[in-house]
Design a protein around this ligand. Structure first.
Ligand code: SAH
Length: 421
């Protein structure tokens, strides 16, 4: 195996189990005998050593500022049954959380929850890998070429360890490094049960309604965003339900209507769902019709958030409860400044439209924007509008998106619930 030797003193963070080796920490690389090129291949397994030849761990080689993502510390090889053990451990956590009580013969809509994140990258000690489970289907997403190379082994391990999974879809078109040379398909079925194979439009089959806290969602894992759904808002959506009674609600950046369904179940007077994606809005309508066939108080609108808020304000429209759950405004560190301006602008627009005694649920899922910076942006928005504002809740990602204590960068979702006078 290729060996990577670090510069003196660069082993400290690895000894504290932080899973990344930065390219600047590397002193030299000794290629495996018989290696073709003059550098490790992207996705190759490499062993990492300190300058004093101590074994630090084994991981996937990457091109870029993170050169190695460690899979196993203190080892030169991946242990036997590595994938099954890691996946079993992650599944046990979800069982502890009460999220994974679905049996193989009962993946339909009879349970409260059949939707959960099984693997959350570094949070489950598998850097670069995401696996979400929707009823009987697992969706695997690789963020590194190393995980792409291992996708079949991962699929086999998921199938063996997670009883309810019958189908495995692989969806890494948008997540693999842009320039990485990869072999094999980046998207497609890795495991498909006979029943699914015979269905024409798989994501539209009744077999595949996903259930979250008793609400049913159609997940379009073939064409939907991310793995098909934003499982990370499950608990925050449940909190909206608590505040929704008799309220006029605006769910901005609604995607497939997650927050809207909870608001409807909570007894909202009206719910407006807004998203710029027509596909998302089509699914909002499908989901509302499925859960609340009689509802006449829901409206779905395809529109840009900033334009919608400006147009509504011009007409004097106001709301009792607004949810703002935008996409990551900062995908990289260098975009943070602009992102903060964006958060301030959108929050100011929302705060302006909230009636006295109303509530704002506001989120940021940008990993590069930390809690304090986000709170400062929302503070600036409140001050700009000049309203009296109290923080009622500080929200974050749910337990099936765990944060590895040695990898604090894994904390990405933050939210504030504000009471606006
Ligand atoms: N709240 C959702 C997830 C939101 S993801 C849930 O609970 O499932 C962010 C959404 O913002 C995506 O659906 C995306 O289509 C939408 N979006 C991105 N830019 C937008 C814009 N300028 N105006 C309105 N919606 C936008």
């Amino acid at each position: 195996m290729t060996a990577v030797f670090l510069k003196p003193h660069k082993e400290e963070s690895l000894k504290r189990f932080h899973p990344w080796v930065f390219s600047g920490a590397i002193c030299r690389v000794v290629l495996d005998a018989g290696h073709k090129g003059d550098a490790p291949e992207e996705g190759e397994l490499v062993a990492v050593y300190s300058s004093a030849n101590e074994v630090l761990g084994v991981g996937h080689w990457q091109v870029g500022s993170i050169a190695v993502r460690i899979l196993a510390f203190g080892a030169e090889q991946l242990p036997k049954d590595f994938w099954r053990e890691r996946i079993r451990a992650a599944y046990q956590v979800r069982q502890t959380l009460g999220l994974a009580d679905v049996r193989r013969d009962d993946v339909r809509c009879t349970k409260e929850n059949n939707t959960f994140r099984l693997i959350h990258g570094e949070g489950d000690f598998l850097p670069g890998l995401i696996v979400d489970v929707y009823a009987g289907t697992a969706v695997i997403q690789a963020h590194s070429v190393g995980m792409h190379v291992c996708r079949k082994e991962i699929a086999e391990a998921v199938l063996a360890e997670v009883p309810q999974v019958q189908n495995i879809y692989y969806k890494s078109d948008d997540t693999l490094p842009f320039k990485a040379p990869v072999e094999g398909e980046k998207t497609g079925w890795l495991v498909e049960s006979q029943k699914t194979a015979s269905l024409k439009d798989k994501s539209r089959s009744d077999e595949f309604w996903s259930v979250e806290n008793g609400l049913q969602f159609r997940i379009d894992w073939l064409k939907g965003q991310k793995t098909g759904f934003f499982i990370d808002q499950r608990e925050n959506r449940a909190l909206v339900e608590r505040y929704a009674k008799d309220k006029d609600v605006l769910n901005m950046f609604c995607y497939t209507g997650g927050f809207s369904l909870y608001a409807l179940r909570g007894g909202a007077k009206t719910v407006d769902s807004v998203d710029v994606s027509q596909k998302a809005i089509d699914l909002v309508n499908v989901n509302v019709a499925r859960n609340f066939p009689e509802a006449t108080n829901h409206t779905a609108v395809t529109a840009d958030a900033f334009e919608y808020l400006s147009a509504q304000k011009a007409q004097g429209r106001t709301y009792d409860l607004i949810i703002l759950d935008p996409p990551a405004f900062a995908k990289h560190r260098d975009a943070v400044k602009n992102a903060l301006r964006g958060y301030q602008r959108i929050n100011a627009k929302a705060i302006e439209m909230i009636r006295r005694g109303g509530i704002l649920f506001t989120f940021s899922c940008s990993q590069a924007v930390d809690k304090e910076a986000f709170r400062l942006a929302v503070f600036s928005a409140a001050a700009q509008v000049g309203r009296k504002v109290r923080i009622l809740h500080q929200l974050h990602q749910p337990q099936d998106h765990p944060i590895n204590i040695y990898h604090p960068e894994g904390e990405y979702l933050k939210g504030l619930v504000l009471y606006i006078e």
